[in-house]
Design a protein. Structure first.
Length: 418
């Protein structure tokens, strides 16, 4: 009688539970990567120039990847690369050399959905970890177990996964779980929308999504407009996800990596959101029993360019109230205005790089990592030669501003708009 012996799982148990959750931030270009890491991200995910789902982001050359890895390593952070397209036949040529180049650049992991990309990475670039992309829509522990046995140390869960689902997965499978905890949500079942393909011939699952769910639409019934004259156009955009108020529950349910969406977002958005979650995570682990949500964290989050916020699928299934059917009112009372390049202790002047028009007499605030910030009115504004300016009106212009307190390189300045 022959005996069938089940093959041992290919996953080698390198780790399955991080000591504390990783804070994983998006980075659409090298500058955003540096700000995400500087403001507290433990890891960042980026896109290369092939195989990713954000073809409209700046994306990274291999040289930029190497520079980003070197910068991240100085902070003890990691860099992941999204290779999460569903590949067509014509995408396969060059895949092996691309993955080898990622490994050589020092990338810690790829985020992949297509089995051929996963298998190829395991075969030709063994130093690269492979994390399963949310594009696979993984929501149950048996599917997670399957990917564990395929050699993957981490699964990025579907955005439709609930707290209950995560708890059940963690109970059965010793593997890292990554979940989105902040950012834009898909109006369709995540990763399954074909509106972009239909309207613009841009394939969502190959990086070309045109976000057609956020367009404005006129409604008709029997060829007659439903909208009354002057009424706002219809849209079907979903509200953004924000789980800052449920951080302890996310930690306790066993999420290993907290993922922020937004490779197309601004430096200001990424740095602000990372800064808040960094403070909250550190405060929880400093005193889990005494942890309290600070009002200032909520206020700070609202200063980023957010849509209205909700909790996605974590607590219950979103309903009509979780979508945006009318023009969005800008929530943030501040606009990103400048980045601090240098500070002169002797004169009290900061050298700034302009990112948005500002002028003397405006109320601004400076913010840096760890939640350090202060407000002031701009009293003195000069060019680099000391000549007085009536405004900083030129993009990327270098100017000097007298500040009430010392500031540091890579601090940000916002201007009040209402």
């Amino acid at each position: 009688m022959s005996t069938t012996v089940k093959a041992a799982p290919r996953y080698h148990g390198k780790r399955y539970r991080l000591d504390r959750p990783e804070l994983l931030a998006p980075a659409g270009n090298l500058e955003k990567l540096k700000f995400a890491v500087h403001y507290g991200a433990d890891a960042v995910y980026i896109g290369g120039q092939k195989y990713g789902l954000r073809s409209n982001a700046d994306n990274f050359s291999f040289e930029e990847m190497k520079e980003g890895v070197e910068f991240a390593n100085r902070y003890g952070a990691k860099v992941f690369v999204a290779t999460n397209i569903y590949a067509h036949n014509e995408d396969i040529e060059g895949l092996e050399s691309y993955l080898k180049s990622l490994e050589e650049a020092g990338i810690a992991a790829i985020i992949a959905a297509d089995p051929i990309i996963i298998e190829t990475a395991q075969r030709v670039a063994p130093k690269l970890e492979v994390h399963l992309s949310t594009q696979q829509s993984t929501m149950n522990w048996q599917a997670v177990e399957f990917w564990k046995e395929e050699g993957l140390p981490r699964v990025v869960l579907a955005r439709e996964t609930s707290f209950e689902d995560i708890a059940e997965i963690k109970k059965h499978v010793d593997i890292e779980i990554e979940a989105f905890i902040h950012g834009a949500m898909c109006s369709s079942y995540s990763g399954r929308c074909v509106l972009s393909n239909h309207f613009t011939d841009r394939d969502s699952n190959r990086g070309g999504c045109c976000q057609s769910c956020r367009w404005k639409y006129d409604l008709f019934q029997d060829d007659l407009p439903v909208n009354e004259e002057g009424e706002d156009p219809f849209t079907m955009g979903s509200k953004d996800l924000c789980m800052i108020e449920h951080l302890p529950a996310l930690i306790e349910v066993g999420v290993d990596s907290f993922k922020i969406e937004g490779r197309m977002k601004s430096i200001h958005y990424v740095a602000t959101v990372v800064n808040v979650y960094r403070q909250a995570i550190d405060a929880y682990f400093a005193d889990p029993q005494g942890f309290e949500l600070k009002r200032e964290w909520i206020d700070e989050m609202n200063k980023a360019a957010n849509r209205p916020l909700n909790t996605g699928f974590f607590l219950d299934a979103p309903g009509a109230e979780d979508h945006i059917y009318e023009p969005e009112e800008k929530a943030a009372p501040y606009d990103f205005a400048a980045i601090v390049l240098d500070y002169d202790d002797r004169t009290g002047f900061a050298t700034l790089q302009q990112r948005n028009h500002f002028k003397p007499g405006q109320e601004v605030e400076f913010v840096g990592p760890g939640g350090t910030f202060f407000k002031q009115t701009i009293t003195e504004l000069t060019d680099l030669e000391g000549n007085a300016l009536d405004a900083a009106r030129h993009p990327m212009q270098h100017v000097r501003v007298r500040t009430l307190k010392p500031v540091k390189t890579m601090d940000m300045m916002r201007k009040k708009i209402r």
